[in-house]
Design a protein around this ligand. Structure first.
Ligand code: CO8
Length: 267
């Protein structure tokens, strides 16, 4: 039994650990020898794990991490090297990055080591990025004769502005964690060995809030990337009004007035 569990854990492409008391879950990419290169099965396993946690009422926030040397060094180059455009179109692998983006609960990326190509695009599709001091972010596709394909040219440009994004994408040179923090690509930099712990404790703090409010807050912030200001403000206002139909709004405001801690149920 013990051996079987070890074998399964060794072979699983992602490992999921739940922290029931904190209402969080940790999802770990598990191809360390290949620097967590994101092949089809790994992305599928990641999407399936996140989607299952998204449906689970016992979980309110998630953390995605990789290993010490790499969060993920990009899409798996060996897997796509010989592909034709029609293979790429039929495989439609990039839809897996969209599946990640559609998770409704908050997902924090805890990044150590290399975070490149599709790995960088993955963390930019998540909600909050915490980096270790040694983390390096980049879009090196230009070095292998292609360009970012899962959002890099769009999201990195929104995060960094045109000039710095253009420099990174045209040279393929990575950016260190300190600069990523200064430019807003990540929200915190912590010592490497504390990245996962820090992300989980941030997840636990977020998990004390109303699940409904979290979901709509995430939806509304993401809408800021896709709508005009006028449309975004109208969208935000509708979501704000909608929350007054929730028990959590009544509970949150009553708890404030009664000077006690709210107990949010997600209803
Ligand atoms: N794909 C496949 N294998 C990889 C990848 C990768 N992206 N990155 C690393 N590996 C493998 C290496 O081949 C090596 O395997 P082996 O031990 O069997 O030879 C092992 O991981 C360790 O790598 P290195 O020996 O190269 O380790 P180094 O410390 O010397 O270098 C680097 C680390 C700098 C990260 C280096 O591995 C590297 O440059 N990797 C490639 C980075 C890259 O180009 N990423 C972009 C890929 S393209 C992409 O992500 C496009 C996404 C768009 C959507 C995709 C839809 C399908």
């Amino acid at each position: 039994m013990g051996d079987q569990m070890t074998k399964d854990a060794d072979e699983a492409l992602v490992l999921v650990e739940r922290q029931p008391e904190q209402r969080t879950a940790l999802v770990r990419l598990n191809r360390p020898k290949q620097l967590n290169a994101l092949n089809g099965p790994t992305m599928d396993a990641l999407c399936a794990a996140l989607e299952e946690l998204d449906r689970d009422d016992a979980v309110r926030a998630m953390v995605v991490t990789g290993s010490d040397r790499a969060f993920a060094a990009g899409a798996d180059i060996a897997e796509m090297a010989g592909a034709s455009p029609i293979d790429m179109l039929r495989g439609n692998r990039i839809a897996q990055w969209d599946r990640v983006r559609r998770i409704s609960k908050p997902v924090i990326a805890a990044v150590n080591g290399w975070c490149l190509g599709g790995g960088c695009e993955l963390v930019m599709a998540l909600d909050i990025v915490i980096a270790g001091e040694g983390a390096k972010f980049g879009q090196p596709e230009i070095n292998i004769g292609v360009i970012p394909g899962a959002g890099g040219t769009q999201r990195l440009t929104r995060a960094l502005g045109k000039s710095r994004a253009m420099e990174m994408i045209l040279t393929g040179e990575p950016m260190a964690a300190g600069e990523a923090l200064a430019r807003g690509l990540v929200s915190r930099v912590v010592p490497d060995e504390l990245v996962v712990e820090d992300a989980l404790s941030l997840g636990a703090a977020i998990a004390t809030k109303s699940p409904l409010a979290l979901r709509l807050a995430k939806e509304s912030v993401n809408a800021a990337y896709e709508m005009s200001l006028t449309d975004g403000l109208a969208h935000e206002r509708r979501l704000f009004y909608l929350l007054f139909a929730s028990e959590d709004q009544k509970e949150g405001m009553a708890a404030f007035l009664e000077k006690r801690t709210p107990d949010f149920t997600g209803r």
